[in-house]
Design a protein around this ligand. Structure first.
Ligand SMILES: [Fe+2]
Ligand SMILES: [Fe+2]
Length: 291
């Protein structure tokens, strides 16, 4: 029986040009370098606008090099663009191969697997789901093999978006906030005979830990900012922070931590990041895509 410690950070939204959330990142770096986990995972929206600004990705990679422990990442919609939620849906920044290539020039991979103590970590690119890109099928092949190869090991799955809000079969929830229903069902079908025990995500900028059908779902907070209730419903807890996991044998203890020095920034007070939200709310135009 072995132990393994992970710190998950998410939705760091880093940028050299628009460094609004770098103060909180500094606090996170200090916390992680003191805590010395075995691994840090950033579950996406690493950069403020990596989908369009390559230097946001470059700067984010430089910032992660400050961590004195191994780091792995998966992309979020602000890093590589978003998937269409249906055939007639057109995200403002759609996922595309040139965007994926830019991300991959600065971060090692978009889906990966590794052992963590007695557990198997499987990390995937949620924005490939429903994208129609060739890499979407490559990822399904990867997932099939990764799940099969895990045998009866407990699996922790990391992806940017939550799989669902309350019910695995739900179809009526916000289309860009969750994995869309058809690939979600395909994922559950693939995982059916595995020992999937934990699903960890980010994206919503709210933290939440709940259990459904024997699987613990963890929504990591953003390290950067929360969104106003008038713009985004309150589902979990609106608080910036990070998540610490202590894997011990087949068990895992999960806790949300606010690192010393983190500011509880609300995006409505940072119009330079994604525009003036108060004006956009008045005009009923979503400003911060997809949270
Ligand atoms: Fe985000
Ligand atoms: Fe996101």
């Amino acid at each position: 029986m072995s132990s393994f410690r992970i710190i998950q950070v998410s939705d760091t939204h880093l940028s050299r040009e628009r460094p609004f959330f770098c103060g909180n990142w500094d606090a996170v770096v200090t916390h992680i370098n003191a805590a010395k986990p075995d691994l840090v995972i950033n579950s996406g929206d690493i950069a403020l606008n990596g989908a369009d600004v390559e230097d946001d990705l470059r700067f984010s990679a430089e910032q992660h090099a400050r961590l004195q422990v191994p780091v792995r990442t998966i992309p979020g919609n602000h890093d590589i663009g978003d998937n269409p939620a249906s055939p007639d849906d057109a995200p403002k920044q759609p996922i595309a191969d040139d965007r994926r290539r830019r991300y991959l020039a600065h971060f090692a991979d978009e889906f990966w697997t590794q052992d963590a103590g007695d557990w198997r970590l499987v990390a995937m690119n949620a924005q490939l789901l429903g994208s129609g890109l060739p890499a979407e099928e490559s990822q399904w092949s990867f997932l099939r093999e990764a799940f099969k190869d895990a045998g009866r090991k407990p699996i922790a799955l990391f992806l940017h978006k939550p799989l669902f809000k309350d019910e695995p079969g739900e179809t009526n929830e916000s289309k860009h906030r969750y994995v869309v229903p058809t690939p979600r069902q395909r994922l559950f079908d693939l995982a059916r005979d595995t020992n999937l025990k934990l699903v960890a995500c980010g994206h919503v900028h709210q933290h939440r830990i709940f259990e459904k059908d024997g699987i613990t779902h963890v929504w990591a907070p953003s390290t950067a900012f929360i969104l106003p209730d008038a713009y985004q419903p309150r589902i979990g807890t609106k608080e910036v922070g990070l998540v610490e996991y202590d894997f011990d044998g087949a068990e895992v203890a999960v806790r949300v931590v606010v690192a010393d020095g983190m500011q509880q920034t609300n995006i409505i007070d940072v119009p330079g990041a994604y525009g003036d939200l108060s004006k956009k709310m008045a005009a009923h135009t979503p400003a911060v895509a997809a949270q």
